[in-house]
Ligand binder design. Sequence first.
Ligand code: NVA
Length: 308
Amino acid sequence: MVISASHILSSTDLSPSETLHLLRLASKLKAGERRQSLQGKTVALLFEKPSLRTKVSFQVATTQLGGTSLFLGPDEVGLGKREPVADVARVLSRMVDAIVVRTFAQETLEEMARYSSVPVINALSDAEHPCQALADLLTLFERFGFDAEGLTIAYLGDGNNVAASLALTAAAVGVSFRLASPPGYELPIDVSSQVKARASASGASFQEMQDPREAVKGASTVYTDVWTSMGKETESQKRRKAFDAYQVTTSLLDLAGPSCVFLHPLPAHPGEEIEKGLLDDPRSIVFEQAENRLHAQKALLAELFDGS
Ligand code: NVA
C-alpha cells in the first residue's frame, strides 16, 4: 500500500485503512521483517523543541531502512526568524527526501508542506502528535490483539496535541475513547467533531466528561500526558491547580478493567500527572510504548517511500 497523502501533518492524513495497515506492518517490522525502503535517501529532522524518543526513533528507523538522517536542532535553522519557513522548505526539499518537523504552530507545518516537494512529517506540533498515536495503538493491539472490539482508552488530563492524535487514531481503528478533562482543557471543537465522525464510521464510541473515575471504569487502557506541554511553561502553576484531581494513581487504575494497562508518551512528571512510582507498576507498559515509536515510524517511512 502506498499512502495517498503527500504529507503527514495530522492523524487525519492517514485513512482508517492506511492506519491499520501501518500498525500491522509495524508489528511485522518489530518481529524482524526487513525493508530497505530508504536506500540512498536522506531524511532531515528539523526540531524546534527538545526531543529524546522522536529524534532517536526517526534516526534509527531511517538507518534501519537503509537511509541517512541529519538532525537540525533548535537554534540551528531559525525557522521563520533567520529565514522564512517557505524558503527553508524549498531549500531542504532540493537536498533531502523527507522533512520531519517538530514545531509549535500547526500553520508552520502547513506552510512547510505547501512549499516542500518532498514529504513533510509532523513530529509534534502544538496541535497534534500523529507518530506518537501510531505507537500508542500499536502498543495496545500488541497487548490485546488487533481486534479492537471492546477496547477503550481512558485519557485523563489535558486535551492537548497527544490527546487529539490519540483520539483521532483510536476512533479510526475502532477503539473507543473517553476523555476526562477539567473545564477549559477539552479537545478543540473541530478535533472533537472529527473524532465523532471517525468513531461513528468505525463503530467505536467517543465520550467527553470531567470525572476521571467515571472515565476509567472498565477501561482497557488508562492514558495521561504532562499537564504543561512544551511551550506552555508560563501556565504551569495555573495548570497544576486545574489538573489536581486528574493525577493517575494506582487506586485509580484499580477502578479500570482487570487487565488494564497504563500508557504515557513520556517524559513523565511523577508527583504531578502520575503518582510517584507509577511507571514501575506492573500495569505500566510505557517503555514498550516508547520502543514502539521506532517500529511505528519505520512502518510510516517505509510506506511513504515504497513505490516512489
Ligand atoms: N504534550 C507534550 C508531549 C510530549 C511528548 C508536549 O507537547 O510537550
